[in-house]
Write a protein that binds this ligand. Structure first.
Ligand SMILES: Nc1ncnc2c1ncn2[C@@H]1O[C@H](COP(=O)(O)OP(=O)(O)OP(=O)(O)O)[C@@H](O)[C@H]1O
Ligand SMILES: [Mg+2]
Length: 236
């Protein structure tokens, strides 16, 4: 079943067009990745999907409903959740406060206890540090908190914008491990990354985005063997 079906999206900033017909499908329970280098249009795609940027052309169907013209907060209420690039935490609030405050929509409030339980199971480090201020967490812990906050919104689709950005290789492994575990918990995930190699190792399906266009797509293990991908992104 398709959770998200975006077709021929065009969008950009002011007069500047960035996306030139991007189509992305996300199946329920799968980990789908949009991969590409700096400036390819990955974040622009996510901001368009969530509705902060208007789609100039094309359509976005979420769980069978056309959401192309809906404001962002309604998409969030329906279960579209974006964890944006950068962690955007409040340094003086504790881990627990972040998580409690995150459950803002009716569905998230209803399931707050369950989701908190899930978050603390997935991120034991956050549980141990629940009374610690976010500003004093390590980079990896902060990224985990950013993801955990997204989970508190009870997503039908969790969209992650470069969760590995700025993390040391060991922490990148940890974050990717957590994302894989989220999938095993049954979550539907759309992962945006420049870290192409490791993302292909955990994704089910992948899209390569270049200059605002999808150039290659397929099951992740097929994309990994694509000669162009090997040459341009995997250094092989
Ligand atoms: N607010 C903005 N105003 C104008 N142009 C922008 C704005 N944000 C991004 N762009 C441009 O849109 C293009 C795509 O940017 P985008 O942020 O979507 O890329 P990205 O794939 O997410 O890159 P990165 O991996 O560096 O985050 C770039 O050319 C960028 O300069
Ligand atoms: Mg980006």
């Amino acid at each position: 079943m398709l959770v998200l079906d975006a077709r021929d999206l065009e969008s950009g900033y002011g007069e500047t067009q960035v996306l030139f017909g991007v189509s992305v499908k996300v199946k329920k329970g799968q980990l789908t990745a949009i991969l590409g280098s700096n400036g390819a249009g990955k974040s622009t795609t996510l901001w368009t999907l969530i509705g902060v940027l208007k789609a100039w052309r094309g359509s976005i169907t979420f769980q069978g409903r056309d959401v192309t013209r809906l404001p962002p907060h309604e998409r969030v209420r329906m279960g579209m959740v974006l964890v944006p690039e950068g962690r955007r935490l409040w340094p003086d609030l504790t881990v627990r406060e972040h998580l409690e405050l995150a459950a803002t929509t009716p569905r998230a409030k209803r399931r707050r206890e369950e989701n908190l339980e899930l978050v603390y199971t997935l991120f034991p480090r956050l549980k141990e540090r629940r009374e610690q201020k976010a500003g004093s967490l390590s980079g990896g812990e902060q990224q985990m908190l950013a993801i955990a906050r997204g989970l508190m919104l009870d997503p039908e689709i969790l969209m992650l914008d470069e969760p590995s950005l700025g993390l040391a290789p060991k922490l990148v492994q940890d974050i990717m491990g957590v994302i894989r575990k989220l999938k095993e918990e049954g979550k539907t995930i759309l992962l945006v990354e420049q870290n192409i190699h490791i993302s292909l190792s955990i994704a089910d399906y992948a899209y390569i985005l270049e200059n605002g266009r999808i150039t290659i797509e397929g099951p992740a293990d097929v994309v990994r063997e694509d000669p162009m991908v090997k040459k341009a992104y995997l250094g092989l």
